[in-house]
Write a protein that binds this ligand. Structure first.
Ligand code: MG
Length: 257
């Protein structure tokens, strides 16, 4: 099943997408829902980020090829940081290049969407707490990372967490092709089979620290090939069986950030 969140005529709803057609629901994938009778084509609506996370948890180094590229040892436990919910944007929305940064990078990532409240979940049961998977981009103001001493500032600007377009509930995340295209040119290409820590491990590990709410997102780390974007660039995160998350980089306005 492919869940979307969308706006039409001033209303925001969840819906089920199939072959370019959206069936809206009353309710949400995180609780009870009823299918409505009206249908829309995807070009009649504005797709939004497919969930509204209370928090976005991110893994710092989780692909074997990326660790090799950076000449870093594989971590024995996940390195975790967070992005704020205010960073989330949907497919088609602009990534705003901050005025105070001179180096902003893309990072294509598989995003895990938590389906129900998770606390102290054993790894073997973690799959039941995952609603599905979507595409994510862990946009990073790379030049602000060293001065900050940790990652909050560089990762947290408004618009720095594109998510979407759909939550695919039926795919297995252990062997999906993942790509990043910058203005049509392939910059990252790997497979989620390169991950050090699986989505199930991450749900279990994190749920022992903090309660995961329905709609919370775990960004599972980026493969090799990270690099810079510039205003005007078209950035596509493409993951097999899920789809393509497309965003354009916009220059910040004089009055904005
Ligand atoms: Mg990342």
């Amino acid at each position: 099943m492919r869940w979307v969140r969308f706006q039409v005529g001033g209303n925001i709803k969840y819906g089920i997408e199939e072959d370019g057609e959206i069936t809206p629901v009353t309710g949400s994938p995180f609780g009870d829902y009823q299918v409505e009778t009206e249908k829309f084509s995807t070009d009649q609506v504005t797709l939004l980020a497919p969930c509204e996370p209370s928090k976005i948890l991110c893994v710092g180094l989780n692909y074997r090829d990326h660790a090799a590229e950076m000449k870093l040892d594989l971590p024995e436990q996940p390195v975790i940081f967070m992005k704020p919910s205010t960073a989330v944007i949907g497919p088609g929305a602009d990534i705003v290049y901050p005025g105070i940064s001179k180096r902003v990078d893309y990072e294509a990532e598989l995003a895990v969407v938590v389906g129900r409240e998770a606390r102290d979940v054993p790894e073997v049961e973690a799959g039941r707490y995952i609603l599905g998977y979507t595409c994510g981009n862990d946009v990073t103001a790379r030049d602000l990372q060293p001065a900050d001493g940790q990652w909050t500032i560089s990762k947290s600007f408004d618009t720095f967490c594109p998510l979407g377009p759909v939550i695919e509930t039926d795919c297995k995340a252990d062997s999906l092709e993942i790509r990043l295209l910058l203005n049509g040119e392939e910059k990252q290409h790997s497979n989620t089979g390169q991950m050090v820590f699986s989505p199930q491990y991450l749900v279990s590990y994190l749920s022992r620290v903090m309660t995961l709410h329905p709609g919370d997102v775990i960004l599972t780390g980026t493969p090799s090939g990270v690099g810079p974007v510039a205003p005007g660039d078209r950035v596509v995160v493409e993951i097999e069986e899920i789809g393509r998350l497309v965003n354009v980089v916009a220059r910040h306005s004089a009055t904005g950030k």
